[in-house]
Design a protein around this ligand. Structure first.
Ligand code: TXA
Ligand code: MG
Length: 336
């Protein structure tokens, strides 16, 4: 199968989606692997193409809250308020759905489903033209860093999908915040941190927002099934390092004969010497988050023994950055 890249033309990819094909699309977070959420054969192809375990459910991308409501059984009392403030945007909401309204393949057999309205005009136009909600797991091979440009998708899935809608680089760089609103009697809980931060939700709702930190065992059914799988890992081993001891770590690991790649901010990299460096756009946590997956992918193309990546404080957006980095590094951190 030839994988066609579409830049201006949305009519053709929309038609392909309508007819049951798989087409990747851009969003403000990462690229998604799109298929008609109402067509179970199309959804099965998404799992096959990614090599994704079938009990890991998908996000249903909608062009409006109205479209999502067609499938939702019970609305949480805070749902309208949250949607008004944060949609379109990098926030996925979990609701109890009307039984049988979405294929089992989408929900992974759960009684709930995840919905998101992306903040990208191109994506909303594509959903509108396709005329159906679209599933959209990140458009990478399962276990690899999520794609933040069309080239990443092409690298992983070339020849396996009908097309890619190219919308340039993603602004956020990590996947959406997943917020559980499935129990109308329970307070909202974050299942996956993202660009809509715990602090933003807590301030806006004027209540404490919990982050589910529960580590899931293989045999359990997790609240967010994606949490139990290995994630975001390049082939080259990744290790975290605190910025204050980056220079020490580099000297030490080079003395051990390791071929090193470094991923850090421009200032953190000043004066350091490694086989390969990749710098974030600036010193901000936004730039680090935007550049994390792209940097890991770029360094992974080279013949390195280890990729060192700097840590950041786990507050605000730093929570999402550290969540992805810890998984990419398998929790490994450099210690003196
Ligand atoms: O930013 C994003 O969310 C991107 C873009 C393309 O929209 N999509 C994305 O999809 O990251 P995916 O499939 O890689 O991640 C979906 C996450 C997984 O952790 C999954 O387990 C969780 O959402 N999820 C989906 N349905 C759920 C449900 N009913 N209950 C709890 N968690 C759910
Ligand atoms: Mg993913």
């Amino acid at each position: 199968m030839d994988t066609i890249i579409y830049k201006q033309d949305l009519a053709t990819p929309a038609q392909l989606l309508k007819s049951g094909q798989v087409v990747a699309f851009p969003t403000e977070t990462v690229y998604g692997l799109g298929a008609n959420a109402l067509d179970k054969e199309a959804v099965k192809q998404v799992f096959a193409v990614k090599g994704r375990p079938s009990d890991n459910p998908l996000i249903v991308h909608v062009e409006s809250f109205e479209q999502a409501k067609k499938y939702i059984q019970t609305l949480h009392p805070l749902a309208e308020k949250i949607v008004q403030q944060f949609w379109p945007g990098p926030l996925t909401l979990i609701f109890e759905i009307i039984p049988g309204s979405l294929p089992q393949e989408v929900t992974g057999g759960l009684t709930t489903a995840a919905f998101r309205m992306p903040n990208a005009k191109l994506t909303l136009d594509l959903i509108h033209q396709a005329g159906v909600p679209l599933v959209g797991p990140s458009a990478n091979t399962s276990g690899k860093p999520s794609p933040t440009c069309a080239g990443h998708v092409y690298h992983d899935l070339q020849g396996k999908i009908a097309g890619i809608v190219d919308g340039g680089n993603c602004q956020v760089g990590v996947e959406s915040t997943v917020l559980d609103l499935s129990n109308p009697e329970a307070a909202p809980m974050i299942l996956r941190p993202g660009a809509i931060t715990r602090e933003m939700l807590a301030d806006f709702l004027d209540m404490e927002i919990l982050l589910d930190k529960h580590l899931v065992k293989e045999s359990e059914t997790p609240k967010s099934p994606g949490m139990k799988y290995k994630h975001y890992s390049p082939n080259t081993p990744v290790m975290m390092v605190q910025p204050e001891i980056l220079a020490t770590a580099v000297a030490d690991l080079k003395a051990q004969g390791k071929k090193l790649g470094l991923l850090a901010s421009p200032k953190q990299l000043v004066g350091l010497n490694a086989e390969l460096v990749s710098a974030y756009e600036d010193e901000s946590v936004e730039a680090a988050t935007k550049g994390l997956f792209a940097g890991l992918r770029a360094l992974d193309e080279q013949d390195l023994d280890l990729i060192l990546v700097t840590t950041t404080a786990e507050t605000g957006l730093g929570q999402a950055y550290m969540n992805r980095l810890k998984k990419a590094a398998g929790q490994k951190i450099y210690e003196v």
